[in-house]
Ligand binder design. Sequence first.
Ligand SMILES: [Zn+2]
Length: 180
Amino acid sequence: MDRLNNSSDKFEIKFACGHAELRVTKRDSFNKIAIQRAARMLCGACLADYDAKRKRLIEDSIRRANEASKSVKLTGSRKQIEWAERIRDRWLFDLQRDIPQTPSVENAIYIASGNEQAFAVQQAITSVLEVRLKAIEEVLDHGQAAWWIDWRYQLNERINKITNNAMGSELRLLSIGQMP
Ligand SMILES: [Zn+2]
């Protein structure tokens, strides 16, 4: 079987960021796909940098949220306050701070057509995360117990909607994808 211009059993794939990796040679068609795919993606180390940055943003946000839930004293009747505090604690405990995995995000990473877009997609994902975390923190500004009780079933929906809208505009700006 023909190999991709490689006499050894390894071949090189080059990522959009310029970093290269050696892969074990497989069938010609597999090698070609790996080369094409790598050309529009960032390498593992560059992706890890973005992941680390997003992890820091999340950690900072958790810290601010903990402070906010201690400092924002809820108002209302005693019964309402107790109920609302349970809702708030439970919500903070279960909350998904990461951007939920969506096909459009995966798609954007895959469709990126090289260097600039591969970086731009990662920056877009980071910006969307910032919007999501801000939306979460804004929820915590609410001090009326009644507000928490009224919104208790829609808190995540509210955050996800803001996240999706932000993702939609980021992807439209990149012109490489649309929300489903
Ligand atoms: Zn790289």
